[in-house]
Design a protein around this ligand. Structure first.
Ligand SMILES: [Mg+2]
Length: 130
């Protein structure tokens, strides 16, 4: 990854709750200098990904109206199996991570999202340096 490409990368944030979105958006734009685009349900996540194949990373809330994050991830991976998708979930249950990895997610972050963990996982996936 070239340094000068970093600021141009686009992150799709699929999150129906405003406060959660604002936190994610702030961390990503201010700390990583990436661009973001927001959707509030799984159907819009799939449609937006089709329209913007330049999206480099997706943060996917699991519990969303119309279509949940598990189904949206499945459909997006069917379009492009290489797009990295991080599951964002409030379900902090034991075994969740394995279940989500089985569902095809590349990473998993539980709410409330910790800035450090989020940045570390995004850096790892996009190959950015901290
Ligand atoms: Mg939600």
């Amino acid at each position: 990854m070239q340094q000068n490409e970093v600021g141009n990368q686009l992150v799709l944030i699929a999150e129906d709750e405003d406060t959660n979105f604002f936190v994610l958006d702030l961390f990503i734009r201010k700390s990583l200098n990436l661009n973001t685009i927001r959707v509030v349900n799984g159907v819009d996540a799939v449609e937006t990904f089709k329209k913007h194949p330049e999206i480099a990373l997706i943060l996917m809330d699991i519990k969303m109206p119309v279509m949940d994050g598990i189904e949206a991830n499945k459909r997006i991976k069917a379009i492009n199996p290489d797009i990295p998708v991080i599951a964002i979930t409030a379900y902090a249950l034991a075994g969740d991570e394995q279940k989500l990895r089985k569902a095809g997610f590349d990473e998993y972050i539980s709410k409330p999202v910790q800035k450090r963990e989020l940045l570390r996982k995004i850096n790892k996936i996009l190959g950015l340096s901290e």
